[in-house]
Write a protein that binds this ligand. Structure first.
Ligand SMILES: [Zn+2]
Length: 167
């Protein structure tokens, strides 16, 4: 599958009821891969288009997978299994957002141009769903003396992620 295959005309995609469905390696999603502490893994992704009531165009997207992230307490890797789903109402560029529709929280409205990268769209949704400060259900922080004497490789990662010190 080529990199280009995820770029579509989103309005035509929805109008024609198309479906984009793949199993893609984590490396195909550079921003997600940057958040993961292991490069392995894959995502099962699907995007479907349809025409809703009043002729509004929608995309429904789903991503399922597992990503290894760093536990913010013990600094060991932990697997974050996820299933992300969302429905998006497509607003053609330059058109006003239909305000009455925005009260409906079963979907988000997004403005789209003539081209949209479905892989990037899915990646964004997964990033939004990612835990800010992931922790094992049960684990212990490294002992103070140990932490002071040798730097954890994940401590610097946590700083890079901008999540250090948050709780
Ligand atoms: Zn932990």
């Amino acid at each position: 599958m080529s990199q280009e295959s995820s770029v579509v005309d989103p309005l035509a995609f929805a109008r024609e009821g198309r479906r984009w469905q793949h199993v893609l390696p984590l490396s195909r999603f550079p921003r997600l891969a940057a958040e993961a502490i292991e490069g392995a893994g894959e995502l099962k992704v699907s995007v479907v288009g349809w025409v809703g009531r009043d002729g509004h165009l929608f995309l429904g997207l789903e991503a399922v997978g597992e990503i290894a992230v760093g536990c913010q307490r013990c600094m060991d890797p932990m697997v974050w299994p996820f299933r992300v789903e969302n429905r998006l109402m497509l607003i053609p560029e330059g058109r006003p957002f239909p305000e009455d529709e925005l009260d409906d929280d079963s979907y988000d409205a997004i403005e789209v141009a003539a081209r949209l990268d479905l892989a990037e769209l899915v990646e964004e949704e997964v990033l939004l769903a990612m835990p800010i400060s992931p922790r094992h259900e049960s684990c212990e922080a490294p002992a103070e003396s140990e932490g002071a004497s040798r730097a954890s490789p994940f401590a610097s990662l946590a700083k890079l992620r901008g999540h250090s010190g948050q709780d």
